[in-house]
Design a protein. Structure first.
Length: 202
């Protein structure tokens, strides 16, 4: 079962269905969550068809920011029952149950806020929620934080306080950071010279 999380930065562009089709076909995806859809509506049926998906759920955006679409294929029902159990402006939680073997786990998709004035409240709420889960869990998404100075290149040198929220979250919830492949940095702000910023935010 292959799962992906994609920050689409708006879902209104005409090329999105073809981009989704290519991503799903090349990676053989069973589930994909799109964040920052900037949409108040559920995903259109035409988008599901292009990606070969049968089911969906969503969280509407708040004004012109945020929003989630989660799409999945019915083929996963041969392995698990999928249920969206919790929705928050910045994250959604899915429960995967295998009744045959009496097992379950949670998959939590998160798009953390980028604005400094709401980060402390979010991380407090998110930590409390994760610690309330009663089984194994996986967290994936766009965290908008870094763990240490090596996860940023360019721009102003980050202070120790920049690392506190994410590291406290990892320690409090006993999470393990999984290795990944590809580019060292997962986000960049295209500017000239030293202002060209690269960070690991996922």
């Amino acid at each position: 079962m292959n799962v992906a999380f994609w920050n689409v930065r708006g879902s209104s562009r005409k090329t999105l269905p073809e981009e989704l089709k290519f991503m799903c076909a090349s990676r053989h995806l069973s589930i994909i969550t799109l964040c920052d859809t900037k949409s108040q509506l559920p995903p259109p049926s035409s988008l599901l068809c292009r990606g070969g998906f049968n089911s969906c759920d969503f969280i509407p955006s708040s004004g012109r920011s945020g929003g989630f679409w989660i799409l999945w294929k019915n083929s996963i029902s041969s392995m698990f029952n999928l249920e969206v159990t919790f929705k928050h402006r910045h994250f959604l939680c899915c429960l995967f149950s295998d009744f045959k073997f009496n097992t379950k786990f949670y998959l939590v998709f998160v798009y953390a806020p980028a604005h400094e004035n709401v980060k402390d409240v979010f991380w407090s709420e998110f930590t409390t929620f994760i610690k309330s889960l009663d089984s194994l869990f996986v967290v994936m998404g766009d965290l908008n934080e870094i763990k240490n100075a090596s996860e940023k290149m360019g721009g102003q040198t980050p202070t120790m306080s920049r690392f506190t929220r994410l590291n406290n979250f990892i320690n409090d919830t006993k999470l393990l950071s999984l290795p990944f492949y590809g580019s060292k940095f997962t986000w960049r702000k295209k500017r000239d010279g030293q202002n060209n910023i690269h960070e690991i935010l996922d």
